[in-house]
Design a binder for this molecule. Sequence first.
Ligand SMILES: [Cu+2]
Length: 170
Amino acid sequence: MSMKMTGDRRETLTHRRFIRTMGGGVAVAFAVVGLAACGDDGNDGTSPFARIPGGPAAEAAPAEEPAAVEVIIIPEAWDPTNADIAFSPNVVTVKVGDTVTWSNTDTLFHTVISGTSTGEPGKTGTPDGLFDSGEVQAGELFERTFDEAGTFTYFCTPHPWMIGEVIVTG
Ligand SMILES: [Cu+2]
């Protein structure tokens, strides 16, 4: 696959530390919903998801906020026997304008580099130059905003069996 995306200058390549409170925001959102449902607010028993902006029932909303999608680099992602789950999930589907964040929860550094890899140990992948996280150290994250539709495959340079895919829909 050769996908030239030279116009993609608005991408954001960011390295920063992350705090492991993943899901904390969601838990708070649900707690608020739970409280609201206890009040006399005319709750007709519809799904609480309808009350959360950006939730599954918000598809009809006129203006959609860009979403942030997280991929976890799992502990022991370096182990070839974990290849299928090293990037979890290894395929994500997002919309144009969404940001994908890779969080390294392993104890080693990994990379998120666009291109193709056969996934076979001992064979190196082939970068396509679209994005390259560099070394994402343990406890760090890498994020990229996808401003163009397409299918973007990526892999980890030192562990080319770690492969993943971002599908960006228009
Ligand atoms: Cu790796």
